[in-house]
Design a protein around this ligand. Structure first.
Ligand SMILES: [Zn+2]
Length: 136
């Protein structure tokens, strides 16, 4: 009886793990939108960086559960493939946000001043993004 119970429990655990992974977006969906997101991100980064003139390194498109984007100290930019599914003003905001981290690696007043220069209504857009509860 005991062995069966442990085995059953393990199986259940494994099943739960798979389900959590799926919440990040199915692999099919990820592969479908990954390149679309990459094209969008590159194009909009170039567009906004004409204004800022920062130097960035690699651009990666990921299937993340809880982040729209991130920026590393090496200047690598990561973005969620689900940006391809957002209205442009929202994806533009995420792109500008990560781009500005190349100038200010924090969320200080200086950072938000940089964001405001190309996204004056960033506060409103931030709220909208939070309200759609993506990328869960
Ligand atoms: Zn940030």
């Amino acid at each position: 009886m005991r062995t069966i119970w442990i085995f059953g429990n393990k199986r259940h655990f494994r099943y739960k793990k798979i389900r959590v992974k799926r919440k990040a977006g199915s692999k099919t969906e990820y592969l479908k939108y990954k390149e679309q997101a990459r094209t969008l991100v590159k194009e909009r980064l170039e567009y906004y960086n004409k204004f800022y003139g920062f130097v960035y390194n690699k651009i990666a498109i990921r299937n993340q559960r809880s982040r729209w984007g991130s920026c590393s100290k090496k200047g690598n930019l990561n973005f969620n493939y689900k940006l391809a599914l957002l209205p442009q003003k929202m994806s533009d905001y995420v792109i500008v946000h990560e781009l500005c981290h190349l100038g200010e690696f924090n969320h200080s007043i200086k950072f938000w001043d940089l964001v405001r220069k190309t996204a004056p209504d960033y506060k409103k857009i931030r709220k909208e993004i939070k309200s759609i509860n993506q990328p869960k």
